[in-house]
Ligand binder design. Structure first.
Ligand SMILES: CCCCCCCC/C=C\CCC/C=C/C(=O)SCCNC(=O)CCNC(=O)[C@H](O)C(C)(C)COP(=O)(O)OP(=O)(O)OC[C@H]1O[C@@H](n2cnc3c(N)ncnc32)[C@H](O)[C@@H]1OP(=O)(O)O
Ligand SMILES: Cc1cc2nc3c(=O)[nH]c(=O)nc-3n(C[C@H](O)[C@H](O)[C@H](O)COP(=O)(O)OP(=O)(O)OC[C@H]3O[C@@H](n4cnc5c(N)ncnc54)[C@H](O)[C@@H]3O)c2cc1C
Length: 666
C-alpha cells in the first residue's frame, strides 16, 4: 500500500541544501570508515538470523537463547567473511543486541591488554581472540560499585603453594552486575584487595576461571548466576548480568595482572614507578568508547523523531485539506533540533576524545604520566555529560512522536531502556562529575600558585579577562561569532569553578567544603564539559570540509548547539554576569532563526547518519516513510492478535459478562 506519507520524505529530501553523500563521510569520520560501516550494516540488515523485531515479545529465557544464537552467528560470520577486528566490531555493533561479546571484546580483552604484562598478554590474548575462552569484567559488588576502594573481595597470596586465594568474605562482597558473567563467561577479570604477608596493598585485577571448558559447570568454590530481569521489555535483558561468590578459590600467582604491580614468589609486592590510578585504566578506555556510542544512540532516536515529524500531520487545514507537518511547529523544532545538533556535537567530541585517548596512551607508554589527570577528567566528564543528555533525549524523542512513540514498534521504548543504564555503568554520572570538579578546583588553586593550565583547561590561563569580561553581543547575528560564543561559555565555566574553589576555602577542611558544595561543583563540572564540546564543534566547523553546503549546515548546527545551552542554562550565564538579560534574548532570537534554516534540511541531516531500517528498528523512522502501513502490519503481528478471541475468554471474560447480565436482570 502506498500512502501519502511516503511522498513527504521524498519531498523533504528534495529540499536539501547540501551534499548528503559528503555529509555521510563527515559523520562517519572518513571514506574508509564509511565504507566499512555501510558494508557491515548491510550484512546485518540482510541476514534473517539478525532479525530483532520480535525481541520485546519474548520471555526472558527465549530472549536470552535468541541472543546466544545471534552471538554464535556473529562469530561464525566474522570467521567466514574473515573480518578484520574493525569490521567485526562494526558487525557486532549493528547486530544491536547487548550480549556477552560486548564485555568479552569491550572490557575483558582491554583489561588484559592494559593491565597484563607482555608475557600475560601473549598467553591470554590469543585464547581470547580465538574465543577459546570467553571473558568478562567483575569489579562491582553487591555492596559497592562507585567506591572502588571499598571493594571487599580479597586475593590473598599463599607463598606455600604460590597461589592467590580469591575469597568473598560477605554477601555484600559478591560480585554483582558484570555482563556475561551470569551464564556465559568461562573466565573473568576480578578486582580484589591484594593481601600479602598479612598486609593489604590495594585493588588489582586477577584472571579467574569460572566454568569448566568441558561442560560449562561452575568450578569448585564458585557460586554463580544471573541477577534477574532488568528494566524494560527486550532491552538489556538479552545480557546475563551476573553474580558470583568465591569460596577460597585458588589461582596461580601469575593470574594476577602484573603490569603495574608485581607479587614475587616470596610474596613481596613491588610497585612499578607509575601512578596507582593506572589500575583504573580499563574504565578510562571504556568511558571513552561510551562517549562515541552516545552519538550513535542519540542520532538514532533523533532520526526516528525527525522522519516521523515530517510524516505526521496535525491541525492547520481548512475544510479537511492537507494538515501541517508537526515538524513545522516551532515548539517541535525547539525540542528536536537541539537534539539533532547535540548528536553531531557528540560525534565530533567523541572523535576528538578518541584522539586524546590515543595520545595519552602513547605518552603513558613512554612513562609520561603528566596528562593522566586530564584524560581521567575528560573521559569521566564527557561520559557523564553525553550519556545523561542522550538518555533524556531518547525519552524526549519518544514524546515528540506522540502516542505512537509509546509503542514498542516505534523502537524508542527499547532504545531508552537499553541506553539509560549508560548513566550508571562505567561510573555513576554524578560521581564522575565530582571527579571533574575535583580536577577543576585543583586547577584553579594551581593558577593561584602561578601554574599555567594546559589541555582543556588552557582557557583558564586567561583568568583576569574571563573574570571581568562582558559579552559584546549587541545583535542576534553577533551570536554567530565563534569568539563571542566561546567567551561566554569559558567565562561561565571559569567563574563557576572559581566560586567553588573560593567557597571551599571557607570551610574547616577542603573535604568538608567539597562535600557541602557538591551541588555547585557538579554544575561547574558540567559547564566545563560544555566548554569542551562547544569548542571542539567550533574547531570542527572552522576546518576545510568538502561537499556542497556541508560546512554551512554544520555551522548552523554548531550554533544551535551552543545557543540552546545558553538558553537552557540562562540562569548561570546571567547570575555569573557573563551575559545580560538582553543578550540572552538576542541569543534566543538567533536560535529561532537557525531553527528556520535547519528545517528544510532536517530529514537529509538525519539521512546522513546512513542508518538501515534494521538498525533503526522503528516503524516511525523508516527510510521510505511508510509509517502507518507498518504500524498496522506490526500490530497484526503482535502475539495478542494470534487469535481473534483471546485466550482466557472462557475463564475470565465470559463469566464476567454472564454475571453482569444476571445483575442487570435483577
Ligand atoms: C554494542 C557494542 C558496544 C561496544 C562497547 C563495549 C563496551 C561495553 C559498554 C558497556 C557495557 C557496560 C559495561 C559496564 C561495566 C562497568 O560498569 S565496570 C565497573 C565500572 N565502575 C566504575 O566506573 C566505578 C566508578 N568509580 C571510580 O572510578 C573510582 O572509584 C572513583 C569514583 C574515581 C574514585 O576513586 P578513588 O576513591 O580511588 O579516588 P579518589 O580518592 O576520588 O581519587 C584519587 C585520585 O585518583 C584520580 N583518579 C580516579 N580515577 C582515575 C582514573 N580512572 N584515572 C586516573 N586518575 C584517576 C583522582 O582524580 C584522584 O586524583 P587526585 O588525588 O590528583 O585528585
Ligand atoms: C546495565 C549495567 C551493566 C553493568 N555492567 C557491569 C560490568 O560489566 N562489570 C562491573 O563490574 N559492573 C557493572 N555494572 C555496575 C556499575 O558499574 C555500577 O552500578 C556503577 O559503577 C554505579 O555504582 P553503584 O551501583 O554502586 O551505585 P551507587 O554508588 O550506589 O549509587 C547510588 C546513588 O548514590 C550516589 N552516590 C554514590 N556515591 C556518591 C558520592 N560520593 N557523592 C554523591 N553521590 C554519590 C549516586 O549518584 C547514585 O545516585 C553494571 C551496571 C549496570 C546498570
Amino acid at each position: 500500500m502506498v500512502v501519502a506519507s511516503v511522498d513527504n520524505l521524498a519531498d523533504e529530501r528534495s529540499k536539501a541544501q547540501f551534499d548528503v553523500g559528503a555529509m555521510k563521510i563527515v559523520w562517519a569520520g572518513s571514506k574508509h570508515v564509511f565504507d566499512v560501516t555501510d558494508r557491515m550494516a548491510r550484512i546485518v540488515a540482510s541476514d534473517p538470523e539478525f532479525r530483532k523485531d520480535n525481541r520485546t515479545t519474548l520471555g526472558r529465557k527465549e530472549l536470552f537463547k535468541n541472543t546466544l544464537r545471534k552471538m554464535a552467528h556473529v562469530v561464525k560470520r566474522a570467521n567466514e567473511l574473515r573480518l578484520t577486528e574493525e569490521e567485526a566490531s562494526k558487525l557486532r555493533f549493528f547486530v544491536d543486541e547487548p550480549g556477552y561479546l560486548d564485555l568479552h571484546w569491550g572490557m575483558f580483552v582491554p583489561a588484559i591488554k592494559g593491565q597484563g604484562t607482555e608475557e600475560q598478554q601473549e598467553k591470554w590474548l590469543p585464547l581470547a581472540s580465538r574465543m577459546e575462552i570467553i571473558g568478562c569484567y567483575a569489579q562491582t559488588e553487591l555492596g559497592h560499585g562507585s567506591n572502588v576502594q571499598g571493594l571487599e573481595t580479597t586475593a590473598t597470596f599463599d607463598p606455600k603453594t604460590d597461589e592467590f586465594i580469591i575469597h568473598s568474605p560477605s554477601l555484600t562482597s559478591y560480585k554483582w552486575w558484570p555482563g556475561g558473567l551470569g551464564k556465559v563467561s568461562t573466565h573473568v577479570v576480578v578486582y580484589a584487595r591484594l593481601v600479602s604477608g598479612g598486609q593489604e596493598h590495594g585493588i588489582y585485577g586477577f584472571i579467574v576461571q569460572l566454568r569448566s571448558l568441558d561442560d560449562h559447570t561452575p568450578l569448585p568454590g564458585i557460586i554463580i548466576g544471573d541477577i534477574g530481569t532488568k528494566f524494560g521489555s527486550g532491552a538489556y535483558n538479552t545480557m546475563d548480568n551476573g553474580f558470583v561468590c568465591f569460596n577460597r578459590v585458588r589461582i596461580p600467582r601469575n593470574h594476577m595482572l602484573m603490569r603495574f604491580c608485581q607479587v614475587t614468589r616470596e610474596g613481596n609486592v613491588c610497585l612499578s614507578d607509575v601512578p596507582k590510578q593506572m589500575v583504573y585504566g580499563t574504565m578510562v578506555y571504556v568511558r571513552q568508547t561510551i562517549v562515541s556510542d552516545a552519538s550513535w544512540a542519540l542520532s538514532r532516536a533523533v532520526c526516528i523523531a525527525v522522519r516521523y515529524s515530517a510524516i505526521r500531520r496535525q491541525f492547520g487545514s481548512q475544510d479537511r485539506g492537507i494538515e501541517t507537518q508537526v515538524l513545522d511547529y516551532k515548539t517541535q523544532q525547539s525540542r528536536l533540533f537541539p537534539l539533532l545538533a547535540s548528536a553531531y556535537a557528540f560525534r565530533f567530541v567523541g572523535e576528538w576524545l578518541k584522539w586524546l585517548y590515543a595520545d595519552v596512551t602513547e605518552r603513558l607508554q613512554a612513562n609520561d604520566f603528566s596528562t593522566l589527570p586530564e584524560a581521567h577528567a575528560c573521559t569521566a566528564g564527557l561520559k557523564s555529560l553525553t550519556t545523561s543528555v542522550t538518555a533524556d533525549a531518547i525519552e524526549e524523542c519518544r514524546k515528540l512522536c506522540g502516542g505512537h512513540g509509546y509503542l514498542c514498534s516505534s523502537g524508542l521504548p527499547e532504545l531508552f531502556a537499553v541506553y539509560v543504564p549508560a548513566c550508571t555503568y562505567e561510573g555513576d554520572n554524578v560521581v564522575l562529575l565530582l571527579q571533574v570538579a575535583r580536577f577543576l578546583v585543583k586547577t584553579v588553586s594551581r593558577l593561584a600558585a602561578g601554574k599555567k593550565p594546559v589541555g582543556t583547561t588552557t582557557y583558564m590561563g586567561n583568568a583576569e579577562h574571563l573574570m571581568q569580561c562582558k559579552s559584546s553581543a549587541s545583535s542576534p547575528e553577533d551570536w554567530l561569532k565563534p569568539s563571542v560564543v566561546l567567551e561566554a561559555f569559558e567565562a561561565r565555566a571559569f567563574r563557576l569553578a572559581v566560586a567553588c574553589a573560593r567557597d571551599i576555602s571557607k570551610f574547616s577542611t577542603p573535604e568538608a567544603g567539597f562535600a557541602e558544595l557538591s551541588i555547585d561543583l557538579v554544575e561547574a563540572a558540567i559547564a566545563h564539559c560544555e566548554v569542551i564540546v562547544v569548542s571542539r564543534f567550533i574547531e570542527k566547523v572552522q576546518q576545510d570540509i568538502p561537499g556542497d553546503g556541508v560546512k554551512e549546515q554544520l555551522q548552523i548546527l554548531c550554533f544551535i548547539y551552543a545557543l540552546h545551552l545558553i538558553h537552557k542554562h540562562s540562569g548561570e550565564f546571567l547570575s555569573t554576569g557573563c551575559i545580560t538579560p538582553e543578550q540572552a534574548t538576542l541569543a534566543n532570537e538567533q536560535l529561532r532563526t537557525l531553527y528556520g534554516q535547519v528545517r528544510p534540511n532536517a530529514v537529509s541531516l538525519v539521512d546522513a547518519f546512513n542508518y538501515t531500517d534494521h538498525y533503526l528498528g522503528s516503524a516511525l523512522g523508516r527510510y521510505d516513510g511508510n509509517v502507518y502501513a507498518t504500524l498496522y502490519a506490526q500490530a497484526l503481528r503482535d502475539p495478542l492478535n494470534d487469535t481473534v478471541v483471546p485466550d482466557g475468554y472462557e475463564e475470565f471474560i465470559r463469566p464476567v459478562l454472564k454475571q453482569t447480565m444476571r445483575l442487570s436482570r435483577l
